[in-house]
Design a protein around this ligand. Structure first.
Ligand code: NDP
Length: 251
């Protein structure tokens, strides 16, 4: 039910953090992983980690916020593999500032990285998945899809929108046997949140106090949900958003 042998999985931002944790899970379930990121050194290091864990993996450089680059990326996937079964829209970033201090460029940078990239990749994945007769798309939101933070207006807007975008894709493409779901991670220890811990006073203590599991998550905590949402086990699950947060949103 969870076997991903012969599946091709593209993970944006799969070269670090949560994306790499999910890539490892998908790869260990049998999928061939295509890691996508901008930093080629980081991608090469991620490939070494995946391959030493027994995962078949390759990397392609791409800035997924740029339309032409995404079109080129999917053309290369079509050339190399002739198919795509699983797309994980995970690439993300933030700018931490009060709303009144945001520039328009900063706003666009966060929205394009977190939201527009998911649209561009899903749009390019659709014909490949349709031709294959099925597909799985996993969009990474956040608990900030639901709660808000005063220092992250664009991030909260982009992550809230990911949930609605997910529902729209799910109902549009259900007839093509493409399931589309969102995952909303809680506080996970990665490069992204290392910055937050430095910049937001008291954040570490607040996270620990409010997370019933009593710890920060680690990227590997997202591996199981990725395998579930990428596999036949979730064929009747579509248009939903699943939190993986150690109980944070329940408390
Ligand atoms: P990281 O910063 O560790 O990883 C983000 C990855 O995205 C990097 O590997 C980066 O690679 C890639 N990336 C960023 N921008 C682009 C781009 N324009 N094109 C291609 N790749 C890009 O962050 P996390 O692992 O923490 O975050 C992963 C996802 O999970 C994000 O969407 C984030 O919002 C979400 N999330 C994280 C939480 C956490 O607590 N960590 C909580 C909730 C959600 P490169 O620099 O090589 O491009």
């Amino acid at each position: 039910m969870f076997d991903l042998t012969d599946k091709i999985a593209l993970v944006t931002g799969g070269n670090g953090g949560i994306g790499l944790g999910m890539a490892r899970g998908l790869g260990q379930a049998g999928a061939t992983i295509v890691v996508v990121g901008r930093n080629e050194e980081k991608s090469a290091a991620a490939l070494r980690q995946l391959q030493s864990a027994g995962v078949r993996a390759e990397s392609l450089p791409c800035d997924v916020s740029r339309e032409a680059a995404v079109q080129d990326l999917f053309a290369r996937i079509a050339d190399r593999h002739g198919r795509l079964d699983i797309l994980v829209n995970n690439a993300g970033s933030t700018v931490r500032k009060a709303p009144q201090d945001f520039t328009l460029d900063e706003w666009h940078q966060v929205m394009d990285t977190n939201l527009t990239s998911a649209f561009l990749c899903a749009r390019s994945a659709h014909p490949l998945m349709r031709a294959a007769g099925a597909g799985k798309i996993i969009n990474i939101g956040s608990i900030l899809s639901v709660f808000a933070a005063p220092y992250a207006p664009a991030y909260c807007a982009s992550k809230g929108a990911i949930v609605q975008f997910t529902k729209s894709l799910a109902i549009a493409w259900a007839g093509d046997r493409i399931q589309v779901n969102a995952v909303l991670p809680g506080w996970i220890d990665t490069e992204l949140t290392a910055g937050a811990r430095e910049q937001v006073p008291g954040l570490n203590d607040r996270v620990l106090a409010r997370t019933p599991a009593g710890r920060w998550g680690v990227p590997q905590d997202l591996a199981g949900i990725a395998v579930f949402l990428a596999s036949a086990a979730s064929d009747f699950v579509t248009g939903t958003a699943i939190t993986v947060d150690g109980g944070y949103s329940a408390s």
